[in-house]
Design a protein around this ligand. Sequence first.
Ligand code: KG4
Ligand code: ZN
Length: 347
Amino acid sequence: MTDSGKKLRVLGIETSCDETGVAVYDTVSGLLAHRLYSQIQVHARYGGVVPELASRDHVRKTLPLIRQTLAAASLSLADLDGIAYTAGPGLIGALMVGAGIGRALAWSLGVPAVAVHHMEGHLLAPMLEDPRPDFPFVALLVSGGHTMLVQVDAVGRYRILGESVDDAVGEAFDKTAKLLGLPYPGGPELARLAEKGRAGVYRFPRPMTNRPGLDFSYSGLKTFALNTLQEAGADVDEQTRADIALAFQEAAVDSLVIKCRRALQQTGIRSLVVAGGVSANRCLRAALGQLARQQRIALYFPRLEFCTDNGAMIAYAGSLRLAQGQSEQAVIDARPRWQLDSLAPVG
Ligand code: KG4
Ligand code: ZN
């Protein structure tokens, strides 16, 4: 479970979108504690994430969550050897909160801070479980903002094999869920509705699968769902909506599985890691499980709670970099108010 070498206790802070996640990872003892606060309640009435509200809520929740996480691990701030915070990609205001708090804490404690790439966090989340995947592996990263296949030769050695040319698969789940009248966040809601769907009533296309390559496209599936819904008429009943949800999910999952099979064949790698919010999808887990059995591939997922955004994956990814002596000296320079006449003259 743990990493060899120097003992480091690292606080991880995740605030890139609509979840505040905090964790402490110990390079000898493993994950010590983690806490998550989801902003679903804040954004639900708007049908999606409102960036400014997300930033404000991170401001309210991050410090209390850090206190709770440290208490759960029976640690104090002085016990920390480093801070890892998500520096991007994500909503800039939301990121600034975690980065600002992380940086400030590191300075005040006199410990190093490291800026973590959110997708590296997702990619390494399965390494928090036993057994861990060995390098090299192929990673399928499926979240609300990204859909990509990555060849992972080592931590930080990433070759992007393919990615979405338009919407991310999670985004397509969310947009289609909205069309079906489901509340935010739509992905898990659509998956739930699809359980009541009848197989074979609708068939959606498998985008980008009948041409070579490992790129994905998901905006067409959302449009197909819209057209199917419109053709079904004004008063679409619950059963029809469930049938459409199932057909959408089957097509989305099928295209992911087809590309995974292709990536494994192309690279000759026998190990597949799946991470990001959509890796919580049961239908995807089952379909990839079948692929793994057929092809004798080792398959790894994060535990369910670490599929979606969390602080544990950031603490872990950061600890690996901090253990190698990597840290950030960057100064956070954002100025919401700035006097024009305070500028230094040029020349
Ligand atoms: O990784 P994540 O928490 O945040 C990003 O980095 O984007 O992923 C969130 C995405 C959302 O689009 C959400 O709808 C989707 O993951 N998601 C699911 C499921 N659980 C979360 N999509 C389909 N089925 C699920 N069970
Ligand atoms: Zn994420």
